[in-house]
Design a protein around this ligand. Structure first.
Ligand code: PBG
Ligand code: ZN
Length: 324
């Protein structure tokens, strides 16, 4: 193929031709919408750094879940803001916890909507870490017990998929064993397998009120500089029988998405995190970029990199453009 006989522009000449040779197609079916369920009633509080995203009490969450379902989005992922926090995150695995109540309410109102739950302790602990603290650091093995209890409690409340985001070693196996021993062998585990210690989570921590009260998460989340370590983390989760692998954040880690897609056969999820969303919203609000085009280009890039599914705060906006 040489110019001038070969001309690449021939296949770009009209929209019909471009559609015929388009390689990556983003679909509404690929999207998962995150929601923040807050304790109380009549609450609908916009997160200042995340325009369009709210902390909401259950009745508003249910209304939005219905809207999400009507847009054709297949799934939501839930985060909870409990009434009270303590050192061991008790609300996380209480049958009357904020998430357990939210799951039941959504499953009753919109049974067909897939409910995924974030399994972690940071939203429920008063110190804001993802596990329980011993000698100033998160105690891995003691935390596994609580994460397994939390995942089981979500399944008992009706969750369709549990998604551990804590980054403790051995948590997928611990959760799998607990689910299997209690009649929930059919519930998949979506593992936040490769989760980096990222500044892009900033707006989320406002939304979930989960900022660590001392230190940071670098003793359990991954160093953004590492790639081989991502393969080790993913391989461990595959051995522990995870059903999905996730890479998080997405935008600065598209190479890792591509790598994992090529090395592992499990469905791959990209988490288009809060800071990535906020940057697009802020730039668009300033008139610096075209919101819809930058959003779709970003989501398409994640699919092109290898994501099968994308957890994104843009899900509703994208679904409106894509249709069902
Ligand atoms: C909890 C959790 C976090 C996110 C998802 N689950 C925050 C964190 O680890 O600090 C981040 C999501 C986002 O930024 O959109 N472990
Ligand atoms: Zn956490």
């Amino acid at each position: 193929m040489f110019f001038p006989e070969y001309r690449a522009r021939r296949l770009r000449r009209t929209e019909a031709l471009r559609r015929m040779v388009r390689e990556t197609v983003l679909r509404t079916d690929d999207l998962i919408y995150p929601m923040f369920s807050a304790f109380g009633q009549g609450i609908k509080k916009e997160i200042p750094s995340m325009p369009g995203i709210y902390q909401q009490s259950i009745e508003h969450i249910v209304a939005e879940a219905r809207e999400v379902y009507d847009l054709g989005i297949p799934a939501v992922i839930l985060f909870g803001i409990p009434e009270a926090k303590d050192a061991v995150g008790s609300d996380a695995y209480s049958d009357h916890g904020i998430i357990q109540k939210t799951i039941r309410a959504i499953k009753q109102a919109v049974p067909q909507l897939v409910v995924i739950t974030d399994v972690c302790l940071c939203e429920y602990t008063d110190h804001g870490h993802c596990g329980i603290i011993k000698d100033g650091d998160v105690d891995n093995d003691a935390t596994l017990e609580l994460l397994a209890a939390e995942a089981l409690s979500h399944a008992q409340a009706g969750a369709d998929i549990v998604a551990p985001s804590d980054m403790m070693d051995g948590r997928v196996a611990a959760i799998r064993a607990r689910l299997d021993a209690n009649g929930f062998a059919h519930i998949p585990v979506m593992s936040y397998a490769v989760k980096y210690a990222s500044a892009y989570y900033g707006p989320f921590r406002d939304a979930a009120e989960s900022t660590p009260q001392f230190g940071d998460r670098r003793s359990y989340q991954m160093d953004p500089a590492n790639r081989s370590e991502a393969f080790r983390e993913a391989a461990l989760d595959v051995q522990e029988c995870a059903d999905f692998l996730m890479v998080k954040p997405a935008l600065a880690y598209l190479d890792i998405l591509r790598d994992l897609k090529e090395r592992f056969d499990l469905p791959l999820v990209a988490y288009n995190v809060s800071g990535e969303y906020s940057m697009i919203k802020a730039a668009a609000a300033n008139g610096w970029v075209d919101h819809d085009r930058v959003m779709m280009e970003t989501l398409t890039g994640m699919k092109r990199a290898g994501a099968d599914l994308i957890i994104t705060y843009h899900a509703k906006d994208a679904a409106r453009l894509l249709g069902r």
